[in-house]
Design a protein around this ligand. Structure first.
Ligand code: FAD
Length: 555
């Protein structure tokens, strides 16, 4: 059997190496149009900032290494330019010798061609000093520009994971950094009140932040290099270096010209076995449109984990067509470090859920990363989305300095395993004071959600709660010193320790929204009030979430 794989990085290299581990008999050809295979895209920002000092470390494998260890015929600088599915033949051009155009037949063909940066139609995108970051060549170009032009002012266009990682690295190199985002928040996978923590952090780091400002043009300097970024609000932001990071789109020209069906998202439509619409042609990674496991709707998840897994599945399916393995869908579990914070998410966010008919609820908690009495504990802002009728976990987001990956990974695993919020409460997780708490952050979120599912408490959301429009009573149950540092407008104050004695001050005919600093004390207050016959809601995430969310609206 002869398998031709187009694209030699995450998805493609995985197909190739897994195939070889399954069989010594197959002829495996790996085509890569660039000069490198199996390089670490995810590490590119960190070499720009010199955090990964050795460029060579990004080259995880070489053609020679793949030949020696796996007996794979790796052809770099070889671009597949056409597919004749009738004849089962690929046309290839060798870019080191463009007259070398040849055909290669296949029994099975895998498209692992990835995605390409979105380039909006804007003037100035081609000015020297404007870059995207997708591969080693892009990274080398940025580093060369920094060496030759010593830029002092960097502008990052697009506040996604990659944009923010690059922002951090350029800041570390001593540049002033401005981040421009077309919509009202950074990091689209997060909901706005969670992104608000990131907005604060970006500003705290000294970077400037322009939200709700789509760029309209990049303008040249006097010497015809990049000089200025103009936005729809007519902000003019000086720039000696611009990184465009407004997202990616699947690279589908090759598939389209071969008549392979594309899906509604623009990616190559595949079934659960990663088979395209044309027999013997498969697609994996950023180019493939898969199905969201919670919603059952098409999606593209341009992340390394799914690309790697799909590569393995395709290799298995090529070798074992009688016993196909399904890709069950990606949750989009992702994380990025943004200066001193980490932000991570899995599953659906509330913005997505609002567009569906699924019933959902959210709780916000602020537990510590590990036992508070052990040095170095940091708060975690954790939002858990779930179905209030069944307790099914729908998604989660977390922001904080420490332990963010662990919490979101546990919840991602729980979603994958179809666990409920009840199950989260019962997880048995590692605990010793330097690492966690006997009641871990994930369990605390599970318990808060379980309380909602069981009808013990109703919650109000920090992003949507507006004290000015609240008709009932707003009650602050924190201690005096906390209240003196700031409170919600119109709030009455009764410290939790006095609540039972002072219930007579609260009329029973009005709903009470109660809050504390992080949500624990107000939950207890809500229970006391409910037991005494009050209608009440707990402001989930409490003063912490509310104040960060509402400050960030003003950014
Ligand atoms: P790619 O890895 O992009 O590989 C596609 C390859 O196909 C390319 O090398 C391309 O040159 C080649 N190719 C395209 N067309 C042809 C053709 N016609 N003929 C021959 N070769 C062709 N994901 C995470 O999960 N975590 C992260 O932290 C993270 N950080 C990232 C940081 C950066 C800067 C970037 C760019 C991406 C990051 N990603 C991250 C995303 C992740 O790298 C991708 O999701 C993953 O690499 C997709 O794998 P793929 O095989 O589909 O495509």
């Amino acid at each position: 059997m002869k398998v031709v794989i187009v694209g030699g990085v995450a998805g493609g290299a995985n197909v190739a190496t897994r195939l070889r581990r399954l069989s010594e008999k197959i002829n495996i050809i790996l085509l890569e149009k660039g000069p490198y295979v199996s390089f670490a895209n995810c590490g590119l920002p960190y070499h720009i900032g010199n955090e990964i000092e050795d460029r060579g470390k990004l080259l995880v494998q070489t053609p020679q290494g793949l030949k020696a260890r796996y007996n794979i015929d790796v052809r770099v600088h070889n671009e597949a330019i056409a597919i004749d599915a009738e004849r089962k033949v690929v046309t290839i051009v060798d870019s080191t010798n463009p007259s070398n155009r040849y055909e290669e037949s296949y029994d099975e063909l895998v498209l692992a061609v990835g995605a390409e940066p979105i380039r909006p139609s804007l003037s100035g995108l081609d000015l020297p000093g404007v870059f995207t970051l997708r591969d080693m060549a892009d990274m080398d170009g940025i580093i060369a520009w920094i060496s030759s032009h010593q830029p002092k002012r960097a502008v990052i266009v697009g506040g996604g994971y990659i944009g923010l990682e690059v922002a951090e690295q350029l800041k570390n190199r001593g540049m002033s950094v401005a981040i421009i985002e077309a919509v009202s928040q950074l990091l689209a996978p997060l909901d706005p009140e969670m992104a608000a923590f990131i907005h604060e952090e970006v500003l705290r780091s000294g970077a400037s932040l322009y939200l709700n400002e789509p760029i309209t043009a990049i303008e040249p300097s006097e010497d015809a290099l990049v000089g200025m970024v103009r936005t729809a609000k007519e902000s003019l932001i000086p720039a000696d270096l611009v990184i465009m990071g407004i997202g990616v789109k699947p690279r589908t020209a090759l598939a389209k010209s071969a008549g392979i069906e594309l899906g509604v998202t623009g990616g190559v439509h595949v079934n659960q076995y990663m088979q395209s619409s044309i027999p013997h042609i498969w697609a994996v990674g950023d180019v493939a449109e898969t199905i969201n496991p919670i919603l059952g709707t098409p999606q593209i998840v341009p992340l390394a984990g799914p690309a790697n897994l799909q590569g393995r599945i395709v290799a298995d399916n090529i070798m074992h067509p009688e016993k196909l393995t399904a890709f069950t869908g990606g949750l989009g579990t992702a994380i990025a470090r943004v200066f001193s914070l980490s932000a991570a998410s899995t599953g659906l966010n509330e913005k997505q859920l609002k567009k569906t008919a699924l019933p959902y609820q959210a709780v916000f908690v602020h537990p510590n990363s590990h036992a508070g009495y052990y040095p170095g504990a940091h708060p975690i802002a954790l939002k858990l989305l779930f179905r209030p009728d069944t307790g099914e976990i729908l998604g989660a987001q977390a922001v904080g300095k420490d332990g963010i990956d662990k919490r979101i990974d546990v919840i991602a695993t729980a979603i994958k395993g179809k666990l409920s919020v009840d199950d989260l409460c019962e997880l048995e997780l590692t605990y010793a004071p330097p690492y966690g708490s006997a009641k871990d952050a994930v369990q605390i979120a599970g318990m808060a959600a379980q309380n909602v599912v069981r009808g013990l408490v109703k919650v109000e959301h920090p992003w949507t709660f507006d004290p000015a429009n609240h008709c009932g009573i707003l009650l602050d149950v924190r201690d005096d010193d906390e209240v003196s540092r700031g409170r919600l407008p119109t709030a009455r104050h009764i410290p939790l320790s006095q609540l039972r004695q002072r219930l007579h001050e609260l009329p029973k005919d009005q709903e009470v929204v109660v809050y504390c600093q992080s949500g624990m004390r107000s939950y207890l207050a809500a229970r006391i009030l409910s037991e005494h016959g009050y209608r009440c809601r707990n402001l989930s995430g409490a003063f912490k979430s509310w104040s960060v969310a509402h400050t960030s609206r003003a950014v």
